[in-house]
Design a protein around this ligand. Structure first.
Ligand code: 5GP
Length: 194
């Protein structure tokens, strides 16, 4: 998605060879025009799937997932990273190792908001080693629901997440695929435009 690549080049900062900072439009400030286009693009790519629900992980997945759910006209729920006082015992939970925080956390979705009849699109802001996506897939399976695919805003293709998910048979659609962050430069994977 060319617009997203332009935003990454103009507003992204390479922190290390493995970490990209995009606080200016995705992880802190959120650009509504870009999020609208991201929602349209995910909806276009998954339009053939009978999706009933989109799930993501708080907090940075919420904006792109919400925009996609508006475009697809389906339900939307985000997994919580911290249990709130109002979330009692009816939960599906999974342990996820956080790439950025370098620690495990438990993610949860209430049993009220995902059921066996759901066909679920998983959306997240970044794909690194695939831990967040695998945790969300685990929750979908605990509910007896099916996975339509995984939509990623920014994939770091030099890390292992994409291959892990594809080897397990999941469809992965990433709107920007980064081949390298070396020498403080963002290099994209060369792809045919679709
Ligand atoms: P994974 O679970 O695939 O290893 O990592 C994905 C999660 O880690 C995303 O939900 C995202 O929050 C965070 N993450 C991974 N790599 C980056 C990065 O380079 N920059 C930012 N801002 N977040 C990242």
């Amino acid at each position: 998605m060319q617009l997203l690549k332009n935003y990454i080049q103009e507003h992204g900062t390479v922190l290390t060879d493995g970490v990209l900072k995009v606080d200016a439009f995705l992880n802190h400030a959120v650009d509504p025009k870009l999020m609208t286009e991201i929602g349209r693009e995910f909806a276009r790519r998954f339009s053939q799937e009978p999706i009933t629900k989109i799930i993501t992980l708080e907090s940075s997945g919420i904006a792109p997932a919400l925009m996609t759910s508006i475009e697809l006209g389906c339900d939307f729920v985000f997994a919580r990273k911290r249990k709130s006082l109002t979330m009692t015992d009816r939960l599906y939970s999974s342990q996820v190792y956080s790439f950025t925080k370098q620690q495990y956390s438990e993610i949860s979705i209430s049993k009220d908001f995902i059921t066996a009849s759901d066909h679920v699109l998983i959306i997240d802001d970044f794909l690194a080693n695939g831990q967040a996506a695998l945790g969300l897939i685990d929750i979908v399976h605990q509910a007896g629901a099916s996975v339509a695919g995984i939509g990623i805003v920014i994939e770091k293709s030099f890390q292992s997440g994409r291959n892990k998910l594809i080897e397990k048979g999941y469809r992965v659609e990433s709107l920007a695929r980064i081949a390298s962050l070396e020498k403080q430069k963002v290099a994209f994977v060369q792809e045919k435009t679709i």
